[in-house]
Design a protein around this ligand. Structure first.
Ligand code: NAP
Length: 259
């Protein structure tokens, strides 16, 4: 299927690795010029070069912290009017809510709620004026099924989800959709770090924890970042204009509900 994205531009936040990288590569494979963002310059430049070499599209790399106002300003200076915005950032730390300070909460809100809202604020009016826009927020399956030790994530991402639920109804008539993608377990650096921490806490091997987690999933495996990226590319396509204000779980069926 031709997604009819050739010649469009995308700004993909937090995309030198993992799910963001999958989205950047999948969009580039559809002929979209991408601006990729991450804090670590070396990994970002390498990722941008891989996407450029694999697809031949224009790739701009901006090394910036998307959670900071200064970082966002530099990103938006490089890509002020994207047709597609993918909001993403690292997830908050796990722990017990009794240990979290106001600063911990503000950091989680900055990265996982306020940064995406600021990025939407800076780009959505241009999208509406041009009559095309696709905004994807990478959130988490924890929005539907909270994970107790990830309370900072549950809270901050639910705030974003509530906000965009209202806004998406104001943009769709101008062919600007806003949807959230909710990853379950995907094989990325972040998941590996979580599993290694769990292994060392429980006194077992990393391989044992991987096997336990995979066995728990109805698909018997973890998701692959490119499966995530291609779902993102489809939601950004010309054909997905009637899919709006949705929270789409990509978790192999792990969420135990009927709906
Ligand atoms: P990952 O493999 O660790 O990749 C994170 C990417 O984001 C890297 O490119 C990182 O580069 C960049 N990044 C992080 N913080 C940033 C910031 N403040 N500004 C700019 N770039 C930033 O993580 P992932 O697994 O793809 O996860 C992406 C998001 O999905 C996270 O919020 C995570 O919590 C959520 N999630 C993931 C899973 C999963 O199973 N993978 C499940 C549920 C939710 P730098 O560090 O160099 O900036």
């Amino acid at each position: 299927m031709d997604l009819e994205l050739h010649g469009k531009t995308a700004l993909v936040c937090a995309s030198s690795k993992g799910l963001g990288y999958g989205c950047a590569l999948a969009l580039a494979q559809e002929g979209v010029a991408v601006t990729m963002v991450a804090r670590g310059r070396e990994a970002l430049e390498a990722a941008a070069e891989t996407v450029r070499a694999a697809t031949g599209v224009a790739v701009t790399a901006v090394s910036a912290d998307i959670a900071s106002a200064e970082g966002r300003a530099r990103v938006l200076a490089a890509c002020p009017s994207p047709d597609i915005l993918v909001n993403n950032a690292g997830g908050p730390k796990p722990g017990d809510f009794r240990d979290w300070t106001r600063e911990d909460w503000l950091a989680a809100l900055d990265a996982n709620m306020l940064a995406p809202i600021e990025m939407i604020k800076a780009t959505v009016d241009g999208m509406m004026a041009r009559g095309f826009g696709r905004i994807i927020n990478i959130t988490s399956s924890a929005v539907k099924e909270p994970i107790d030790i990830l309370g900072l994530s549950n809270g901050a991402r639910s705030g974003l989800t509530g906000f965009v639920a209202g806004l998406a109804r104001k943009t769709a008539a101008r062919n600007v959709t806003i949807n959230n993608l909710l990853p379950g377990p995907f094989a990325t650096g972040r998941l590996e770090a979580t599993l290694r921490a769990s292994a060392s806490l429980n006194g077992c091997s990393y391989e044992e924890v991987v096997a336990q987690w995979q066995a728990r999933n109805p698909a018997g495996r973890f998701g692959e970042p490119m499966e995530f990226g291609r779902t993102c590319a489809f939601l950004c396509s010309a054909h997905a204009g009637f899919i709006n204000a949705q929270n789409l779980l990509l978790d192999g069926g792990a969420y135990p509900g009927t709906f």
